[in-house]
Design a protein. Structure first.
Length: 306
């Protein structure tokens, strides 16, 4: 059995066309991608789900769209991973109709959940035991002892806090459990940010109150973000450095993207997943197929109006 490297991609809803197209191109042109790379999951939320955390995602999504999206990914053997990491969830939120509908529709044994709070995790484990549970980086666990305690719990995986990405002592200690550790390789936030947990709570409150008019007053806030910004951050793991992590036994890597422009996400996919001599071809193939999907969608809209 081959030892695959799994990549966990952002925005299963907002980047649905991009992600599903990338998965198809990876299957059709495997030689264009680095050896043994696979899409391990697509993470995110459907618009308007109050359990969502990390980034505010407002809006509306119909039952048909939810069903179509689940079928799209799961038919390609790619799990969907729900970001149920809102740290402000209380017992009164547990019976939310929309979030429970999503879980019921995705309850087929293929999908996963990122968790942050005990109250929601206990509810989900009791009512939806067929999902795989993953400890979220939004817990901001930066103490090595607490990290090891987290790995002793019944989690399918634990996502490493990005501030530990290059901590040699921590990485060495994780080697026996490396296959259960997921590493966020291109976090755009600043290192050792003292406001990160406050920022998560701010996003969580906006999700609960359906309000995004007031941006979080972060002193490091950037209006325009690029992949080059990610590459310049201390937590960034380069392609050359990836070999060391893989040799240590790490097999799961996460890419950021929720809240970022699609162009930045495409740049990260090209850099991490695609061989350098194939990037022009793969990017062109993605562009053509995405344009074709957009045209077909517009034609469908026009036919419905008639």
């Amino acid at each position: 059995m081959e030892d695959y490297i799994y990549w966990h991609l952002p925005g299963f809803s907002v980047f649905r066309d991009l992600n599903s197209t990338l998965i198809d191109v990876m299957q059709e042109y495997p030689n264009c991608f680095y050896d043994n790379y696979r899409v391990g999951s697509v993470y995110g939320t459907f618009p308007g789900a109050i359990w969502n955390g990390g980034r505010t995602v407002l809006g509306f999504c119909s039952k048909n769209e939810i069903e179509r999206t689940i079928q799209l990914y799961n038919s390609k053997n790619v799990p969907m991973r729900f970001t149920w990491t809102n740290p402000l969830i209380e017992e009164r939120h547990l019976n939310d109709t929309f979030c429970n509908l999503i879980m019921q529709m995705a309850d087929n044994g293929q999908n996963q959940v990122l968790v942050n709070t005990d109250i929601l995790e206990k509810y989900l484990r009791k009512n939806y035991p067929n999902f795989k549970f993953i400890s979220s980086t939004t817990k901001r666990i930066t103490d090595p002892d607490k990290l090891h305690d987290e790995l002793k719990k019944d989690y399918f995986m634990v996502v490493l806090d990005y501030d530990m990405n290059h901590n040699e002592e921590v990485l060495k200690g994780l080697e026996p459990m490396a296959d259960r550790v997921e590493i966020l390789v291109d976090e755009i936030c600043f290192p050792n940010c003292p406001n990160r947990l406050k920022h998560y709570r701010d996003e969580a409150m906006k999700q609960l109150q359906y309000e995004v008019s007031k941006p979080f007053p972060c002193p490091n806030r950037q209006e325009k973000k690029t992949f080059a910004d990610c590459m310049n951050k201390p937590a960034f793991i380069s392609k050359d450095q990836m070999h060391d992590y893989i040799n240590r036994g790490f097999r799961n890597f996460k890419l950021v993207g929720r809240g970022l422009p699609q162009s930045v996400v495409v740049d990260s996919y090209m850099y991490f997943l695609v061989k350098e001599d194939s990037q022009v071809f793969v990017k062109g193939e993605l562009g053509k197929r995405l344009l074709d999907k957009a045209k077909k969608r517009e034609e469908l809209r026009k036919s419905v109006r008639r």
